[in-house]
Design a protein around this ligand. Sequence first.
Ligand code: NAD
Ligand code: UDP
Length: 386
Amino acid sequence: MVAAHGRCLRPPCNEQYCSSTTTAGVLTSPCRIASNSSRIESTFIQMPSTDKSFIGKRILTMSHMKRILVTGGAGFLGSHLCERLVADKHDVICLDNFFTSQKHNVTHLLREPNFELIRHDVTHPLWLEVDQIYNLACPASPGHYQYNPIKTMKTSVMGAINVLGMAKRCKARVLQASTSEVYGDPLVHPQAESYHGNVNPIGPRSCYDEGKRAAETLFMDYHRSNKVDIRIIRIFNTYGPRMHPFDGRVVSNFIRQAIANQDITIFGDGSQTRSFCYRDDLVEGMIRLMNHPNGPHTPVNIGNPGEYTILQLAETIIAMLGSKSKLSFHPLPQDDPTRRQPDITIAKKQLGWEPQVPLEKGLAKTIEWFRTIDIEQYRPPTPNFA
Ligand code: NAD
Ligand code: UDP
């Protein structure tokens, strides 16, 4: 049931872009959420009170329970997001082609009744019925996205078109995992969302940077032209347990090298800066942005404004591990941004979000996890074809 201003009036839906439609004031297609709510609530009510496994679990009515698709859900950030959404009792569909991830990132979730896993490539159309979509599918580290640059661009662009088409059909809300890379090698510091960036369109990083920029364009155009309810999160460097140990990113490389007392590979002179956000803070920001009732529908930076040189990061990790590693210097990769720091004013004001985990605390948790893993279990990216 849709009121004149577009918000559904049927409790417990109350969504701005409800699936119900009206013709001349008559409901022609029912609101999914409102009509499903009695079914879901009765499912929970019928649980036998003697079922001990049910005791202590949160009962969620359909007003909160959503059918949520997470593309790239088996990856580093996607798997944590799925964990959080499953714990919050949503009906979660994790979709992944396992290009840069390991199945064991999510196998522990398979025993949960509100979780399912689909092997699928987002460059191909998909047909599901969902209320929310988090679009995370895309290789994220320079080594991974340059492995097959044409496929990377296809994943960003065709993946965006496919999830936006699905969101339009289902009237679902859809969030794009964008990146600080849209700012390129920034000439403005720190980077606010209003800065249009300084990106090389033809360099080795362009397949990722320009793919993500094109995806943002598609998201904004689907919003303006088709009223799709979109969210865009610009993620700054995020780290934490479950990073791929061979993704070549700076935190995973340095921790792996320091644990093994191997040389720490510094690219350039190490004076370039990055701002490192712990994965729990990031997932919290992403969920807040998705669930904020009125947008923002324009990009929002989520990252930790603490800015460190790469040399400082290396020294911190060596000291924390008491490692015997030495620094070894290597050429700076082409177009490697010289500095990066998010301006998070919008996230603070509109989402009430700011990071809670300081770098040393997040690194300690990440180091602890790296010490427990069997490195032999990790594969390089799966070869695939554009
Ligand atoms: P990740 O590589 O661990 O996760 C990406 C996931 O997407 C993997 O599971 C991979 O197998 C999957 N994938 C790749 N191509 C696919 C395709 N064509 N079809 C289906 N699945 C596909 O990386 P991450 O760090 O978890 O990044 C998740 C998202 O966040 C990415 O979109 C990335 O661009 C974005 N992001 C991450 C960071 C960061 O610092 N971690 C920073 C900026 C943006
Ligand atoms: N870097 C480095 N040594 C490494 C890996 C990365 O000095 O072993 C540098 C890299 O050149 C960049 C920074 O660390 O300046 C962050 O690199 P990462 O690949 O983690 O992320 P991105 O460049 O995408 O921000």
